[in-house]
Write a protein that binds this ligand. Structure first.
Ligand SMILES: Nc1ncnc2c1ncn2[C@@H]1O[C@H](COP(=O)(O)OP(=O)(O)OP(=O)(O)O)[C@@H](O)[C@H]1O
Length: 301
């Protein structure tokens, strides 16, 4: 997908000032779009909870990474820090050359509005707005004139297969279609980074398959994706899995990515590095080949 000629242009990556990663973290060369270095986040709410504890990891431009781990292990906290929704207590989070902990809240919000797209489990759409209006919302923040942003919203809705649902409100759409609208909204400003927190958590298996297929297409177009999930069979759509536990990175696993387009009934469900207990959807907890949620031929949700 190409941004409009005079649309928002992502900041260039200053690159050279990216901090080195700690041993054991994913050292992925110098093309990192995102770098976390020694990140710690604690919450104080009737006691101290260390949600993230000295986490270092980086994401290359154009990579597809899944973060997987048990409930409470710090997955969403990590995503929120990368997305600039929250700030670290220690360490640095850099996105596209910007240290999110050292810029103003306004600058962080700006970054969220243009360089980073969010997709949530609960869609977070505005109920009174149509699909096209929901998708155009981030462009309001970015100062696009109305006609231009509606045109862009229609383009992105076409890209996610909803060219016939422009004027439907969320209540008039299926769960999968709502998630597609949410994905289109995240993509509207042509962000360099797409963050997805359990994007298939509120949809049925077939719809989840279509959503994963769409994310794979988006990745194939060059977007960088960071996905949070409990389910191994979802995580396996990424190129690598960052396993977190108790706020720390347990290990980083390269995966042979599931190929949504090969139409095959390949198993891919057991790479030999399974953490069975993390897979709450139960689809392959017994080690048998998982049903590939990405092989639906029509991609419909
Ligand atoms: N705003 C907050 N205030 C206090 N504690 C929090 C807050 N957000 C998260 N926590 C705590 O931090 C820890 C990590 O939470 P986080 O939401 O990142 O985990 P998670 O791996 O995403 O969990 P889940 O899979 O259940 O969504 C948990 O113990 C949680 O209770």
């Amino acid at each position: 997908m190409c941004p409009p000629p005079d649309g928002p242009v992502p900041e260039s990556n200053a690159g050279g000032d990216a901090a080195p990663e700690s041993a054991g973290a994913a050292g992925l060369g110098t093309d990192s779009l995102v770098t976390l270095d020694g990140v710690t986040k604690t919450y104080n709410l009737g006691g101290t909870v260390t949600a993230l504890d000295d986490v270092s990891v980086s994401l290359d431009e154009g990579s597809y990474t899944a973060v997987m781990g048990p409930s409470g292990s710090g997955k969403s906290t990590l995503l929120n820090l990368v997305g600039g929704l929250d700030t670290a207590d220690a360490g640095t989070v850099r996105v596209d050359g910007v240290d999110l902990g050292r810029v103003s809240e306004t600058r962080r919000a700006e970054k969220r509005g243009t360089a980073i797209g969010f997709v949530f489990q609960t869609f977070n759409l505005m109920p009174r707005l149509t699909a096209v209006e929901n998708v155009s919302l981030p462009l309001v923040f970015d100062g696009w004139p109305r006609e231009k942003r509606l045109a862009r919203a229609r383009d992105v809705l076409n890209d996610v297969g909803l060219g016939d649902r422009y004027d439907h409100k969320p209540a008039e759409l299926s769960g999968g279609q709502r998630q597609r609208v949410a994905i289109a909204r995240a993509l509207a400003p042509d962000p360099s980074l797409l963050l997805a927190d359990e994007p298939t958590g509120n949809v049925d298996t077939d719809t989840g398959a279509a959503i994963m297929r769409l994310l794979a297409e988006i990745h194939d177009r060059g977007n960088t994706i960071l996905l949070v999930t409990h389910a191994r069979r979802i995580a396996e759509h990424a190129e690598r899995i960052v396993h977190v536990r108790d706020g720390r990175i347990e290990r980083i696993e390269a995966v042979e990515r599931r190929r949504p387009y090969d139409g095959g009934d390949h198993d891919g469900g057991d790479t030999g590095a399974r953490t069975g207990t993390d897979d709450r959807d139960g689809g392959d907890a017994d080690g048998s080949p998982a049903r590939d949620p990405g092989v639906e031929p029509d991609g419909s949700a």
